[in-house]
Design a protein around this ligand. Structure first.
Ligand code: GN1
Ligand code: MG
Length: 361
């Protein structure tokens, strides 16, 4: 398996062994382990990413930019094969990339310490900050309308029309929750039409298993770069809220385990702002807390839509998996909304701290 790919990259097949790797829901990932070097091989899911060449051209451009402006920055770009190509179509007709495996790194599916949240938030903030002067018009949209809530609501409404009655019954509570929180769409429409909210280079999938950590739980770098494209910073901050605040993640069936850890909110705010506070406009900053509502709601809708559509998008392991995920996300959304007054206090507190430090008081 994959012999032709390894040969294509000049690797000696007999020196490596291959096993599935990671817990992504979209692409298929493998670790290629050797005595001296290891690699990550990833097959692009073309049912989702229809233009793998667009992913590739974005990453090539960004890599060139970092090489020129920030050569010390750890940007884990796909390796080039012997013909200088960083994406290849293998004998099986599928598209693959090979990445260097970052030695000494590991990923986590849960955050146990605010230090991890802080450190990951610094990494995502740094990425966007370092690319602040990158010409975003050069980037392709690898997934059109990816975080467009208007579209996600429309897709959900369409699914309501075509779903089997049995599924609509099972999901009645979540369908109501989706409706109850439709004000999130109204706020979303306000900021997308506000021209003080610029498009930036955004990662768009900041969940914690897209960060590599060292043994001391310091974030080394960010990975899973296929959705790097122009977008709003709310996408990145919001998905951190969605995936870092609760000790139980989107797979958790026991909804009592979904709680909001406000000290993790503080860590995300401090970490992200340590990189981005001088870059974000005042208007953007006003939406910091809203970002979490936006992304949790959107993810709840996406899981629910996929459940109603008979699981055509996300990988699932059991009957009703996407409905469980949707229930989970709506529970998280409730908790998040309840914690908003605390979030406001945290932001005020951290801002005061930063001001005091800045003034040398
Ligand atoms: C997908 O590929 P993965 O598992 O990192 C999805 C994200 C969702 C996430 C939910 C391209 O990310 O948008 O937030 O699942 N990526 C795509 O776990 O749809
Ligand atoms: Mg991933």
């Amino acid at each position: 398996m994959f012999d032709d790919i390894l040969i294509n990259f000049g690797l000696n097949v007999s020196e490596y062994h291959i096993r599935p790797f990671g817990s992504g829901l979209i692409n298929y990932t493998y670790k290629i382990s050797g005595a001296n070097h290891s690699y990550i091989l990833q097959q692009i899911n073309v049912a989702v990413f229809k233009r793998p060449d667009h992913i590739d051209s974005n990453l090539v451009l960004i890599k060139e930019y970092f090489d020129k402006h920030n050569p010390g920055y750890l940007f884990v770009a796909p390796l080039k094969n012997q013909k200088g190509k960083s994406i290849i179509q293998a004998a099986d007709g599928k598209f693959y990339r090979l990445f260097p495996f970052i030695e000494g790194s590991h990923t986590v599916n849960f955050l146990q310490d605010t230090k991890e949240a802080y450190s990951a938030a610094v990494q995502f903030g740094r990425f966007t900050r370092l690319l602040n002067h990158f010409d975003i018009s050069k980037l392709e949209y690898t997934l059109t309308d990816f975080h467009n809530l208007k579209l996600r609501v429309a897709q959900f409404e369409q699914a309501l029309k075509t779903a089997e009655p049995r599924k609509l019954e099972q999901a009645a509570k979540e369908v109501k929750a989706a409706d109850d929180h439709i004000n999130i769409l109204h706020t979303y429409n306000l900021f997308t039409t506000n021209n003080e909210i610029p498009l930036r280079v955004i990662h768009h999938d900041t969940k914690i298993n897209n960060v590599l950590f060292d043994k001391d739980q310091n974030a080394l770098c960010i990975v899973d770069l296929d959705t790097v494209m122009p977008g709003y910073y709310l996408s990145d901050v919001g998905d951190m809220m969605r995936t870092y605040l609760s000790p139980a993640n989107e797979e958790e069936k026991d909804l009592d385990k979904i709680i909001i850890r406000t000290d993790f909110f503080r860590a995300i705010y401090k970490g992200y702002m340590s990189e981005m506070s001088n870059i974000l406009t005042e208007t953007e900053k006003q939406y910091f807390t809203f970002s979490g509502k936006l992304m949790i709601y959107m993810q709840g809708l996406r899981f629910l839509t996929d459940f109603l559509n008979n699981d055509i998008y996300y990988g699932t392991q059991y009957e009703g998996h996407n409905l469980i995920r949707a229930k989970n996300q709506f529970k998280l959304l409730e908790g998040y909304i309840n914690a908003e007054p605390v979030f406001a206090e945290i932001i005020a507190g951290v801002d005061k701290e930063l001001l005091t430090t800045a003034n040398g008081i």
